[in-house]
Design a binder for this molecule. Sequence first.
Ligand code: KG4
Ligand code: ZN
Length: 378
Amino acid sequence: MTTRILGIESSCDETAAAIVADGREILSNVVASQVEVHRKYGGVVPELASREHLRQIVPVVREALERAGMRLRDVDAIGVTRGPGLVGSLLVGVTYGKVLAHSLGKPLVPVNHLEGHVHAVLLESHRAGRSPKFPAVCLIVSGGHTLLYSVEAEAAKRDPLAWQFHYRRLGGTRDDAAGEAYDKVAKLLGLGYPGGPVIDQLAAAAPQNGRRRDAPRFGPTKTRGNRYDFSFSGIKTAVLYYLRAHPELAGEIELRRAALREGKRKAEELLPSCGRATLELLAEFQRSVVRDLVRPTIEAAEELHAAAVLVSGGVAANAELRKRFEEEASRRGLEVFFPSRELSTDNAAMIAAAAYPRLLAGELAGEELDAEAVLPLA
Ligand code: KG4
Ligand code: ZN
C-alpha cells in the first residue's frame, strides 16, 4: 500500500501543491510563482503575496491532483507548511489544508518549511539511487534563511526507507540571508529581481585572466562568537561603497534599468550593458558569498565527523556554490548532496516528502493548528 500525500506550500511567494507517494516518488509538483507580481518592488510585498496565494491555491491544488491522475478522495493525508514564513501567506495554505483535511476526513500533518528543504535533497538522492550517510551537516540557504544544522537520521519504524531526522542548530546569519544579499546587490546594480540567477550567470562571464589592479576585493567576513554564524550585510555594503567610489558605473546601471523596463531581464540581454568593472564586481561579490558559505559548513562537517553535506534552498542552485562545495568536499572525502534546481527553490513536493515520516510517527495537527511566522527547526 502506498501512501499518497498532498503537500501544500505557501510560506513566501510561491503557491505550490504536489503529490508524493511514500515520501519519495513525486507524482506531481506544481508551483505558481508570484515573481511577476513582486518584481517591480524588488522584493516580496507580504500583502500582495497573501492575495496571490488566495487566488492561486485552489487551481494549483486542482492541477497537482490532475497531473497525478487523482481525485481529492484518493489522497491519504495532507501535509502543509505551518512556518516559518510570512504569516499572511502561511495562513492561506494552513486554512485550506485544514478545511480539506476536515471535509475529507484525512489526517493533516504540519510541516516545518525548513525541514522541507532538507527533504528536497533526499528526494533527489532517492531518484538517483544514492543516499547520504549520517550524521550530515545541512546548509539551508535561500532568500529568507541562511542556517546550518547537524542532522542525524533514524529509519522510520513503519517504513525502513523513510527517514525521521533530528536536528541541531549550529549557526545562522547574523543579518541578511545570502539570497537577500544577491537580491539587494542586484537592485543596486540594476539587474532586476530576483538577483541570484542573473548574478550567477553574469559573474561567470567576468574575464578570468589579467585581473586589473583596482578590481574589487572583499576579504573574508568575520563573525565574532559562534564560528558557524554567517554575515552578508558587510559584503553588500562593500558593493555599495565600491559603486560610490566609481561614479562612472552609474551610466551602465541606468542602461540596465531601461532594459529591464523593456522586459529584457535575461543575463544575456543585460550582459551588453555590463562593462568589465561591473562583471568583476559581480564575480568578487559571488566569490565572497560562496567562500563565506562554504568555509563554515565544511569546518562544521569536519569537526562533527559528518559523512555528508546537504545544501538546499534557492541559493543552492548557484553554479559556483555547487562547484566549490564539490571541490572542498571531495578533497576531504565528504559527499555533498544538492536538490535539482527545480527542487532547490520553494515547492510542495518537499513538504509532502517531509510530512511522510511525521505521518508514520503519528505527528498530526489538531484543530488548533496555526501559522507560525517564527518556527525554529531546532
Ligand atoms: O528558496 P527560495 O525560492 O525562496 C525563499 O525561501 O527565499 O529562494 C529564493 C532566493 C532568492 O533570493 C534568489 O535570488 C536566490 O534564492 N537564488 C539564487 C540563485 N537562484 C535563486 N541565488 C544565487 N544563485 C542562483 N543561481
Ligand atoms: Zn524556502
